[in-house]
Every structure is written in structure tokens, then in C-alpha cells.
Design a protein around this ligand. Structure first.
Ligand SMILES: [Zn+2]
Length: 479
């Protein structure tokens, strides 16, 4: 009864454009404004410079080439790995070559979870390998693995109804994808909910609307009041198969082997570079993404693309000789995926200057075709942002909607800094999210260049315009 056809899940994919892009940061759905914004005097004053930024961004594939080097040379960039620190070293060196100001790594300690060897196999009623990925933070199984009959449920409600059947079994959550924010609960909370009713391990159907038998990893958590059990993701196809077998009256058995370890915290850095403002250098527009990724794939879409788009946006300002009135600061936050230490560390390191943060912009929904921004701030700030958005209408990226932000800028937004998340066509984002398939081959150079243009125009105009964007969280972040 909980099974969904692929046609249905593909429809769900189209509806998920507004869902939270990464990690556990569930965002609200942006609501379309009543009327399109019309260009006013502010837009007129910046039209030429905005056009120059857009034309320059779209003139070549510089951003894509830079992204290619980052992901091919350093690969996945998981917290606590040499890959991540080597990638950070390279980005900092390139930023210095670009001639950006105050290029630095700001130290942050990050958690270190190591996946190790892992596997899942159905051993009855027949043997079949189940492609899987342990979920970040999970404990290991004993070395011989855990072999148990599975109990497949379609929801937490069903688990509650069937709690008496769960003891000693591996609970499999076959919850079809609706929105990321809703479905990700099985990944985040599935282990302790299963352990509470006596399960020995738990598996989730990967959190995705589309699958080519690809498992998706991601973060999870334990509840200190409940036993810790191993928690992993299997594919959509295999979760559905186990569910069908159970409905046929078969009782499948699975062997799960995981050797994951949590090691002591390791040093990492937030990547920071600036163009210092020419009149009010202490006032700052921050833009960026997260430099870390999961330990699978290349993390090209999530979120090397976001970091490179923001970095290229700032480099283009430099190249065009556009030094704004206020400082623009590009940040590649570390450890977004399994700890958010970078975003929290940035807030702590800059707490004394938080009211000098004019705006924080994050790109962490993939670098697909940009549509505009989701905005969180006061009504007057929103009106100004919509004005700037009209400068992006020519590339279809001027739609500024209420409600937005990002996981890494969330900590400073909570202190009143207006925030924006780059909105893109996310219809394919969750197909690749946290998988081996998050690879540069699925990124379109033109769409990436449009993301660069979109970030550059918004950040530059807000940093340069005579009147400061009003501070304050505003109504949309009241939840
Ligand atoms: Zn991300």
C-alpha cells in the first residue's frame, strides 16, 4: 500500500523545487510574490554594471574549468580527510593568484567519521547483494555482521502499529519520497525509532525521487535515551523489493556488515577571501557554499559548484574593476554535511561584527539553471532585493521570493542577518544528492555560468548601493 510507481515519484520530483537542498536544514517553501517587480531607479543606476557582470560570466566556461580542477584533482572532500584539506589549500592559493584581499583559512574543528568496509546482502529467500551506504555517524556492526529477518514498514506510524514484530529484526523503512524535508526524517531519526521497539539495525529507502539503484548517504542521529544500532541506506528498488516479498508472505533475511568508526575531531578551515569595500569596508556582504562534501562521488553539485560559483562571482568583480562601496566576502564553509561546524564557527568567529553583515547568500541547491533567490529579511529589505532582481530578469534569474537561506548561513541569520538562498531548477538535484553519481559530468557549464552571473549581480549591487539593506530577520524567518 505504501508502494509508489516511478511515474508517481517523478511527478514528486517536479514538485520538490523548493525543498531543502542539503543536510537537515528544512527550508520553507518560497511563495511567489503577487506581482513581478518592476525596475526602478536603483535598477536603472546599476543596469550597465549588471549587464557587464552577466556578459562576462556568460562569455566563457571559466567557472566550469575551475570546478573541474577542484573535483577531479581532490575528489570527495569529507570532513577530517586529507582530500578536504588539500582542496582548501588549493582554493586559498588560487584565490591569492586571483588577487583577492584577506585570503585566509579560519580554523574550525570538525567531526571525523570513517565509513570503512560495509555491505548488505539478502540471504533469504535467495542471495542478492544490496548496494548500500552507511549513514554518517552510524556505529558499526559486530565484525561478523548482523543477520536478521527484516520488518518492512512504510512509515513511522506503521512501525508504531507493528512494534511487537520489530524485536530482534532489521527494520526497513520503505517510505516513498514526498519532499526532502519530510522524507529525510527516516534517515535522521530512523535508527532510534527502530531501536526503541527492539530492532537490531535499521535500513532506509534512499531519500530520492528517482533511482538507478543508487544508494544515498547523509547524516543521522541517535537519541541518548535509546540503544545505538547500525543505520544505513539501501536503494529505492531494493527497499521496494523487500516490501513486496513481505507482502507475498516471504520473510526475507539480510546480513548487514559495517565497520564505521567515529574518531577524534580534526582541524579544518573555512575558506575566506574578500574584495575590501572602498567606502565602508567594515560592512560585509557574504556569499558562498560549503567546501566539504560526503565521502562518495565528487561532491561536484553538493557543493563544490556553489563554492566555485560564489568565488567566480567575486573574481569577476575584481576582473571588471568593480570595487563595491562595502566589502564582499566569499566563504567556503567546512563541515556542512555532518556537523555544521563551519557555519557555527563562522558565527562564533564573527559574532562581534554580526550587525556589520549586510546580507548572507548561500548556494547549496546545485548549480542548475538559476531562477532567483529565496529571501529572509524585513519587508523593506525584501523590496530592495526584488529591485535588484529585475537586473537578472534577462537571464530568467530575477524571481525573488519570500523564505530562503541555507544551512551554513543559518547561524548568522538567526542573529538577524538578512539571508538569501540561490534558487535553481532543482528537479534533478535529489537524483544525485549524496551519491557516487554527484559528478561534474552532470553539470552544465552554461547553467553554472548563469549561477555565477546571478550571484555576482545580487552581491555586487547590495554591496555597492548607497542605502544599506536594512538589518533584521523579518517575518519570514519567524518559524
Ligand atoms: Zn550541500
Amino acid at each position: 500500500m505504501m508502494r509508489a510507481s516511478f511515474s508517481r515519484v517523478l511527478v514528486a520530483a517536479a514538485a520538490v523545487a523548493a525543498a531543502a537542498p542539503c543536510a537537515a536544514a528544512a527550508q520553507q517553501t518560497p511563495a511567489a510574490p503577487a506581482r513581478p517587480a518592476q525596475p526602478g531607479p536603483l535598477a536603472a543606476a546599476y543596469r550597465q554594471r549588471a549587464d557587464n557582470l552577466i556578459d562576462r560570466a556568460l562569455a566563457d566556461s571559466a567557472a566550469f574549468r575551475r570546478l573541474t580542477v577542484l573535483v577531479d584533482r581532490f575528489g570527495s572532500r569529507f570532513s577530517g580527510t586529507q582530500n578536504l584539506e588539500s582542496a582548501i589549500d588549493w582554493v586559498l592559493a588560487e584565490m591569492r593568484k586571483d588577487g583577492l584581499d584577506n585570503v585566509r583559512g579560519e580554523p574550525v574543528m570538525v567531526p571525523r567519521w570513517v565509513r570503512g568496509q560495509e555491505s548488505a546482502e539478502m540471504v533469504a529467500p535467495r542471495r542478492q547483494n544490496l548496494p548500500m551506504l552507511g549513514l554518517g555517524g552510524s556505529i558499526a556492526t559486530p565484525p561478523a555482521g548482523i543477520t536478521a529477518e527484516v520488518l518492512v514498514v512504510g512509515s513511522f506510524d506503521e512501525l508504531t502499529r507493528r512494534a511487537a514484530e520489530a524485536r530482534g529484526r532489521i527494520v526497513v523503512y520503505d517510505a516513498p519520497f514526498t519532499t526532502y524535508g519530510e522524507t529525510v526524517r527516516y534517515r535522521t531519526n530512523g535508527a532510534f525509532e527502530a531501536a526503541r521497539v527492539g530492532a537490531v539495525a535499521s535500513l532506509i529507502r534512499s531519500v530520492t525521487p528517482f533511482s538507478m539503484r543508487t544508494p544515498h548517504t547523509g547524516s543521522m542521529r541517535y537519541d541518548s535515551a535509546v540503544a545505538r544500532i547500525p543505520h544505513a541506506a539501501i536503494t529505492v528498488e531494493d527497499a521496494m523489493m523487500l516490501h513486496r516479498l513481505q507482502e507475498q508472505g516471504v520473510r526475507p533475511r539480510v546480513t548487514l556488515r559495517m565497520s564505521a568508526q567515529t574518531l577524534p575531531d580534526a582541524p579544518s578551515r573555512n575558506v575566506v577571501a574578500e574584495i575590501r569595500g572602498r567606502e565602508r569596508p567594515d560592512e560585509v556582504v557574504v556569499l558562498g557554499g560549503h567546501i566539504d562534501s560526503w565521502d562518495v562521488g565528487q561532491g561536484a553539485m553538493d557543493d563544490a559548484g556553489g563554492v566555485v560559483a560564489a568565488w567566480e562571482a567575486v573574481r569577476l568583480m575584481k576582473e571588471l574593476g568593480l570595487r563595491p562601496r562595502r566589502t564582499v566576502r566569499v566563504v567556503g564553509w567546512t563541515n556542512e554535511e555532518n556537523g555544521l561546524r563551519g557555519g557555527n564557527g563562522y558565527r562564533d568567529a564573527h559574532r562581534a561584527q554580526v550587525t556589520d553583515h549586510v546580507l548572507a547568500i548561500e548556494s547549496d541547491g546545485g548549480v542548475f539553471k538559476p531562477l532567483g533567490f529565496g529571501f529572509a529579511g524585513t519587508d523593506s529589505a525584501f523590496a530592495m532585493a526584488r529591485q535588484v532582481g529585475t537586473l537578472l530578469d534577462r537571464i530568467g534569474a530575477g524571481n525573488i521570493t519570500r523564505g530562503g537561506g541555507g544551512a551554513d548561513i543559518g547561524p548568522i541569520m538567526a542573529l538577524g542577518v538578512p539571508g538569501m538562498g540561490l534558487n535553481v531548477d532543482e528537479s534533478r538535484y535529489f537524483w544525485y544528492h549524496h551519491t557516487e553519481a554527484d559528478n561534474i559530468s552532470m553539470i552544465n557549464p552554461r547553467e553554472l555560468a548563469e549561477c555565477v552571473a546571478t550571484l555576482a549581480v545580487m552581491a555586487y549591487v547590495i554591496a555597492d548601493m548607497p542605502e544599506r539593506l536594512p538589518f533584521g530577520a523579518g517575518p519570514a524567518t519567524a518559524n
